[in-house]
Design a protein around this ligand. Structure first.
Ligand code: GLN
Length: 455
């Protein structure tokens, strides 16, 4: 009840695309009954959660914040959602996002932008970050204990950082993508947003592990994570010098140094390391993103499901008008650019070349995490500044918004490694500032334990 009350009170923030009041009530009655019968509560019995609206939920609309799927009601549940349900969680609503998760602000949604709760003034307000901005605001404003987002280039960590909550992007393949409407299949992972590291670990332990419905999940059974008071003297932490980039605010640089010093005082071994291909990463990410988007979006043709334009002259015109009416400019421009890179004459020049560069970016991480003298984790900022003002942010093109916002986050998606954003302090604007830890594949346990020392 309190969750629903808070959700209603914070309606102006526009975190929710739909509030599933009846579903939440049914779920909580089910968990209460279960408790009376078995007297053994499940780990999430009665716990309110929210899902980004690009995760399929049966009998509940799943829109991707797009005209294309505005009336789409899936017939099945995403694996992440069914596991949360099985553990007793109650769904209170579906959260706002940039259309098809393409963005870094939650400003390009058919439902309008999501507002940052930290500074809310009707005329002058800040973006929530994105594309999982609705999920971050749902947690930050106290509507739910945890929310699920998705992370392709930073979409979980970025809004977590700007809204002052913890945001985890797990190792690629650790959490099933089944039922997550794809953006970039080779980079997408469900992300977890919660108030603290402990809650993130609890949710991860429920949703992680192999899934027969997603062939890219890691086959090895998942060992639940335990949080303990670890000895930092055994932990080597790298500060990658290339993340100290143009446009990073002084305050972000200062907290980065401050937390590095604090970790050193707690006896962690800190060293400056290098990831030479970092500067190529944004361009590589953007080309690969557009290529996979061009291919993924071809399923929306106005025939099988989703929007169908009112055309009866020809099939081609039906495709064209449906896609024109169904997708916003950002989606359409990514489809166009992706198809250009995939043209026979450009395929080797752009697509294959970019894949090779992606390999070099991955190799940078492999070297830096090498068991032979490498580090255990990397410490970097999550975003280059605190939350931008809405009117300043939307004055920029989506491409430039992402190039700036995703600088520190997208390399982890390129390499498939885990990363977590942890809120540190407030800026002089009274807005959250956060840092990021990254680790080698499947290093979630160490990463969360160190994150716990920092939060
Ligand atoms: N901002 C990035 C993009 O628009 C990342 C999006 C995401 O992680 N879903 O592609």
């Amino acid at each position: 009840d309190l969750s629903l009350q808070r959700t209603k009170q914070s309606r102006d923030l526009n975190a929710f695309v739909c509030v599933t009041e009846d579903t939440a009530e049914t779920h909580s009655i089910e968990s209460e009954k279960r408790f009376y019968i078995s007297k053994q509560p499940k780990v999430l019995d009665g716990v309110p959660i929210a899902m980004k609206d690009n995760f399929c939920t049966s009998n509940i609309p799943t829109t991707c914040a797009s005209e294309m799927l505005k009336n789409f009601v899936p017939s099945y549940d995403a694996t992440v959602y069914s596991r949360l349900r099985r553990a007793g969680a109650c769904l209170i609503g579906k959260c706002n996002l940039d259309e098809f998760a393409m963005g870094s602000g939650t400003v390009d949604s058919i439902f309008g932008p999501t507002r940052n709760p930290w500074q809310y003034d009707k005329k002058k307000w800040r973006i929530s970050g994105g594309s999982s901005g609705g999920s971050a605001v749902a947690v930050a404003s106290g509507s739910c204990l945890a929310a699920i987002g998705s992370d392709t280039g930073g979409s979980t960590r970025n809004p977590a950082a700007l809204c002052g909550v913890v945001g985890l992007k797990p190792t690629y393949g650790l959490v099933s993508r089944h039922g997550l409407i794809p953006l970039v299949n080779s980079m997408d992972v469900p992300g977890i947003l919660a108030r603290n590291v402990e809650d993130v670990a609890t949710i991860l332990n429920v949703v992680a592990g192999p899934d027969i419905n997603d062939s890219t999940t890691i086959k090895k059974p998942f060992e639940p994570i335990t949080l303990k008071d670890i000895d930092l003297s055994q932990v080597r932490i790298g500060i990658p010098k290339e993340y100290h980039c143009e446009g990073m605010s002084r305050e972000v640089i200062d907290i980065w140094g401050l937390v590095a010093d604090l970790l050193e005082q707690q006896k962690a071994q800190l060293e400056v390391v290098s990831l030479p291909y970092t500067s190529a990463s944004i361009a590589v990410y953007s080309i690969l993103n557009q290529c996979e988007v061009a291919s993924n979006m071809s399923r929306y043709d106005g025939i099988e499901y989703g929007l169908r334009a009112n055309v009866n002259s020809s099939t081609e015109e039906l495709y064209a008008l449906t896609r024109h009416q169904g997708f916003n400019k950002v989606v359409r421009s990514r489809i166009l650019a992706g198809n250009y890179f995939l043209l026979t004459r450009n395929y080797v020049k752009y697509f294959i070349k970019t894949l090779k560069l992606r390999r070099l970016i991955m190799d940078d991480f492999k070297k830096v995490f090498s068991p032979d003298g490498g580090v255990d984790l990397l410490l970097t900022p999550t975003t280059l500044s605190d939350a931008p003002l809405y009117h300043e942010f939307v004055a920029k093109h989506n491409r430039d918004q992402c190039a700036f916002q995703d600088y520190c986050t997208q390399p982890a998606n390129m390499a498939g490694i885990p990363a977590i954003s942890i809120p540190i302090t407030l800026s002089k604007n009274n807005l959250p500032l956060s840092l990021q830890l990254m680790g080698p594949p499947l290093s979630e346990e160490l990463m969360l334990n160190v994150a716990k020392k920092i939060e």
